[in-house]
Ligand binder design. Sequence first.
Ligand SMILES: Cc1cc2nc3c(=O)[nH]c(=O)nc-3n(C[C@H](O)[C@H](O)[C@H](O)COP(=O)(O)OP(=O)(O)OC[C@H]3O[C@@H](n4cnc5c(N)ncnc54)[C@H](O)[C@@H]3O)c2cc1C
Length: 407
Amino acid sequence: MKVLIIGAGLGGLSLAQALRRANIPFEIFERDKTPFDRPQGYRLHLDGDAINTVHEILPPELLTLFKETSYSTEPYTSIMDPKSLRVVKRLLTRDDLGTGMWPPTDPEATPVHANVDRAVLRRILLTGLDEYIQFGKQFERYETIGEDKVTVHFADGSSAIGSVVVGADGVNSRVRRQRAPTCTTMDAGITAIYGRLPLSALRELGPKEALEDIFLIAIDQRKLFLGLGSVIFPTLPDEAAKKLSTKNAMHAQESYAVCIVGGRHEYFPENVHSVPSAELQDVAAGLVDEWSGNAAPLLRAADPDSFFTVRMRTSVPSTLDSPTNVTLLGDSIHSMTPSLGRGANLAMRHGALLARHLKKVAAGEGSIAAELGRYEKSMTGYGFQVVREAAQMGQQRMAQNSLETRA
Ligand SMILES: Cc1cc2nc3c(=O)[nH]c(=O)nc-3n(C[C@H](O)[C@H](O)[C@H](O)COP(=O)(O)OP(=O)(O)OC[C@H]3O[C@@H](n4cnc5c(N)ncnc54)[C@H](O)[C@@H]3O)c2cc1C
């Protein structure tokens, strides 16, 4: 059996690490020319799903690197008053096992909350995969040949043959368009501007909980929001990486916080997705100027080169047709707005889950179609449930478009 993974994001790489541990042959094809071609965000909140996953898929040395660079936060999402930026409520984020999260497969992997740096996590997941990954390979289409062979074709005219194809190619997945043309995504109605803030500015101008909690959010009467979330590395990533025998290089960087200003598209200039970083900083600060407290000064204290925009989309919950030897994981099938901070958690969990089923095929305990069918039933059930929950929270907090308008 050979598995062809399309996309080297967090989900595709989690699957790859799990397959490598199980000695199942695989190859990864990534469209970008290098791993860090595009800005993909700064802080990521990881919950029990991702934390259990890394315990299951990573070799011990990489797990240590993960722990040394992950900031264990207090389990709260805090609500700030927009004017004073004081915390008025600390909400317990769901961190128990009763709401669908995976029970730990490793006794040490008790679900806790962690704020991590996305690029650091991706670099950890990329470690040891050099010989299996090809960059600059844009998937175009696949062709099934009989029951157990699939050819994938790339934009450069090349192709590859495997027995299973996994679309891990994100929200605009081309694999999904062919495998599940009725599964669609919709505009969530929300634009957000992201930037990176030095911790010194947060200490001076933000509430103390911004250095402790998972995330803090202030929302005004327009449902325009300011979000803050810090990543305080227990060991700086470059220093933690130096201790590894694999000598996985990490860029030197300090601890920081992410700052986000988001809301309905109408509040943002029409050309917002094409303006340079420093102008985005002005737009973000201008949007919260009327709060007349520390919000705008805080945004002005951020790194002027760090700003970028996201136009949010969400999947419309649906079902997959009968299983074939082509399947999907992560945002390619269940993308969601980041209102619960769970998309990466699901992408990683589903990478590990799919590997469990592929191990059964490799051990001769099930056919490809039967195991992918079981995986898809579990993955779509849980994944779309979280898509709905994220949409509800998004509607409440930032006036996200209702899923019902498209379902
Ligand atoms: C700003 C922001 C903040 C977020 N914060 C959180 C958070 O705190 N917690 C959380 O859990 N989630 C968060 N999310 C969501 C999370 O980032 C995604 O759910 C997660 O990255 C999905 O992983 P993935 O591997 O499925 O897709 P991606 O990470 O999007 O990876 C897809 C990969 O496929 C590649 N690709 C695309 N098309 C092709 C093609 N045709 N051929 C080959 N390769 C292709 C892409 O280049 C990419 O590398 C956030 C998202 C954003 C945008």
